[in-house]
Design a binder for this molecule. Sequence first.
Ligand code: ADP
Length: 579
Amino acid sequence: MLAPSPAGFRGLLPLLQPHRRRLWAGGACMLVFVACWPLLAWLAGKLIPAIGAGDFPTVLRVIGLALGVFLLQKLAQFGQDTLLAAPALQVSQALRSQLFARLQRLEFGALEKLSAGDLTYRLTEDADRVGEVIYKTIQDSTPSLLQLVAVFGFMVFLDWKLSMATLLLAPLVAVLVSSFGARVMGAAERSQKQVSELAGLLGEAISGLPLVRAYAAEPWLQKRFEQEIDLHRRARYRTLKLLALQHPVVGFIEAAGILSVLLIGAARIQAGGLDSQGFSSYVAALLMLIDPISHLTTNYNEFQQGQASLRRLKEIESGAMEIPDHPDARPLGAVQGELRLNGVWFGYDPEQPVLRDLELTAKPGQLVALVGPSGAGKSTLFSLLLRFNTAQRGQVLLDGQDLAGLRARDLRRAVALVPQQSSVFSGTVEEAIRFGRPATLEQVRQAAQLANADAFIEALPGGYSARIEERGSNFSGGQLQRLAIARAVLGNPAVMLLDEATSALDAESEEAVQRGLSQAMAGRTVLVIAHRLVTVQGADQILVLEAGRIIERGSHDQLMARAGRYRELCDRQLIRVAV
Ligand code: ADP
């Protein structure tokens, strides 16, 4: 949609396609609106000399006519504005929706490069600005341009020589306007970049506030913030200064131009090329040029700023996309849940492998625990199993089928993730568990029962319709975890990837979550990233990962007997050999 094009905005034209009929109707109103201007100028030519001559009946007739024309024109303007506003707004809505869809498919790596604050700014402020430009272009710049052409055409008709003289002044204004436009655009882009960095810093500051406070780093953060807003102010000031200079300069040139035209006009009357009625019309028409020129100038500046915004939106477009499905991807039938990794190598940078030569077989229904220090590659392994990333060497198989040959949607229906941070979206409890999938309330309830969440949900005012605030702030950590477990089991996935929560819960909640988990895990293949080893003693296999390699594997007892890395980790967590 946003294919690179010289104008940038031209790429948005196909978005207008579905609104052709409204555009035509609005365009017709616009023509009526524009055509009234020369008519009014012509009437002014009749009126002014009649006023001068005290010809009252003519004055009355012409004023009556002018009123009629004005009325028609304003009606047409209303039609134009309302008919054209809707498509303009719909285009900006479509643009935003496409960008959001794009955002959802962006590769995680590309997503991480742009901070949440920055992205939010782009999708709100920048998208707004682009929307505004689309609206102004359709609804303001186009009629202004047409008015310019129509009125000037009328002036040529009245006296082409005088019009040529007028025309000579125009390039002067145009050159001035465009040279300013370019400078304003540069300044605007710098200032927008600053605002977006500010938003990024703010996002970071708000989420990191407890940390900042814990380290008494407020003065440092305040200073950083002040530096940032200072840069922002300077960039903004540069833009405003340019704008402040632009209006008087352009205004003066316009005034000088009009005065010159009056001078030449007087000479033309003297030479007999124009009568006083024609000249009155001419001056009225000339005055009618000021408004559209000023609109076009302002809009041109906004257009330039909008182009900076569009460019920033395009950066989202050009971000690397999630791995697409193979064109011959097979649908996934009923899944048993056998997971196999054959000599899997993976690195975010292929030169620096994060996972090295992984071998793993998890039979359906088995519980496999991954342990090891942070940075060992446990989450990365999960990302391969969900196909957020693909192995550079080796194979990842589900029921003997290479994940690369499956449809991502099918795969992710069969493999459910319970993340460490039990984030749920705001909305009702029912919606949070359903998470966009087709499921009846009964199925939602069953999932909640499995996750040991049904009882507390029923006790909420509103039960399954109770609202979850943003970031789940009105629920306890243990409740959120159980909601996340219910969400995972809703689709009855054959495989569950569980990133054990590290944050401590009180003993009661811990027990409730554990009960939910063990009910939810039953009958599924489960891979768990275990942080507290006490929870994995019953696992069928324990894999110890270090620097991307599996350095030990076996059951708890086998690994304890071996007195290796696992035993060391257990000793550190005060877990004794089971006797
Ligand atoms: P664990 O889950 O065991 O703590 P990870 O799988 O998160 O380990 O990380 C393994 C390695 O991969 C680490 O060195 C980490 O810095 C790196 N890594 C993780 N995610 C990314 C990413 N999106 N881009 C680049 N490197 C990453």
